[in-house]
Design a protein around this ligand. Structure first.
Ligand code: ASP
Length: 328
């Protein structure tokens, strides 16, 4: 009898807990949301996230707090989000590194990007740009490659840590010139850019949006962008194909993720809010100035991101394995 009563009480409590969870999802969001950016403040992922978050705040009706948790090409911050409570209040903005870090860190990642994150939506996409100081000797991309090859380990190429987009571009670059240069990791290309401007390093293959302002101001020289089209923000810079080296093509995408087991209604709410935020005229204009493209968050956005992540993982894994440049 007591056992039956206990079971009944448990069943009632379970239903009550279920209703409470459903109610919380219904009211989502009812308090501030934290978005973890796993690179340094002031860099390209941070800036894109901040631009998008202003519009997202008004669409969701709650403040958004951005937390920079940098290190290991983004995998430290991403791992933290993967282990957070799946209630929609801790989210992640990450990029191509979500697809490449498993191959680069070979079993040393603290989380599995495919199993431990819930895809929400792609947010924006843009090319990389090869940039150096205006007084650098090469005048075009082919000369730049020849110069780096001739300098070998004396040539210092900055990047944002193993797994960063700038690191992947440095892998493609070294494959192209057939020589290893010295690659120097920073906690983001925000700090790498400061190092380039102060003459500490020779060049970066940076996420273009981090460099367009400096290029337009004449503080940097750009040899090429890695997309298939020129960027309207820096129309004089050729694409890698126009500059004669199409094998250096790549783009970097940014996307929103949540911890695994995040309830579908929360993901749907975020997708709908992103769909509005990414069409906001201020976001569209600012992204165009930076040289990155907002991606339309259609209702199928979570599935689109899931498929994209699988395709990018399949594309980059063999390139990384052939390069032999793994994280220590
Ligand atoms: N996303 C990095 C940053 O925001 C740059 C990179 O991946 O290369 O600094």
């Amino acid at each position: 009898m007591t056992q039956t009563r206990n079971r009944l009480v448990l069943a009632v409590l379970a239903v009550f807990g279920f209703c409470e969870a459903a109610l919380a999802q219904d009211k989502y969001p009812s308090r501030p949301i934290t978005i973890v950016v796993p690179f340094a403040a002031g860099g390209p992922l941070d800036v894109s996230t901040r631009v998008m978050s202003v519009a997202l705040t008004s669409t969701l009706g709650q403040p958004i707090v951005i937390e920079n948790a940098s290190g290991a090409g983004g995998s430290i911050g991403a791992g933290r989000v993967a282990r957070s409570t799946p209630d929609g209040y801790t989210l992640l903005m990450y990029h191509i590194g979500t697809a490449t870090t498993p191959a680069l860190y070979r079993g040393k990642l603290s989380y599995d990007p495919i199993k431990d994150l819930t895809p929400v939506a792609l947010v924006n996409d843009g090319p990389m740009a090869f940039v150096a100081k205006p007084n650098a000797p090469p005048t075009n991309l082919k000369e730049f490659l020849a110069y780096a090859r001739s300098q070998g380990s004396k040539f210092n190429l900055g990047h944002a840590g193993i797994g960063a987009a700038s690191h992947l571009c440095s892998v493609l670059f070294q494959k192209e010139i057939g020589t290893q240069v010295t690659t120097i990791p920073y906690r983001g290309t925000g700090p790498a850019m400061a190092a380039l401007l102060s003459g500490e390093i020779d060049a970066i293959c940076d996420v273009a949006s981090n460099a367009t302002g400096q290029i337009r101001a004449g503080a940097l020289k750009a040899y090429a962008v890695t997309g298939t089209k020129r960027l309207p923000a820096i129309p004089d810079t050729p694409t890698v194909a126009e500059a004669g080296v199409p094998t250096l093509a790549m783009t970097n995408w940014n996307a929103m993720f949540a911890p695994k087991n995040t309830p579908a209604p929360i993901v749907e709410r975020l997708v709908a809010a992103l769909g509005v935020a990414l069409k906001d005229p201020t976001v569209v204009q600012r992204f165009a100035e930076l040289g990155t493209m907002p991606i339309d968050a259609a209702p199928t956005a979570a599935q689109v991101l899931k498929d994209h992540l699988a395709a990018e993982t399949a594309r980059w894994t063999p390139i990384i394995e052939q390069s032999g440049q793994f994280a220590e």
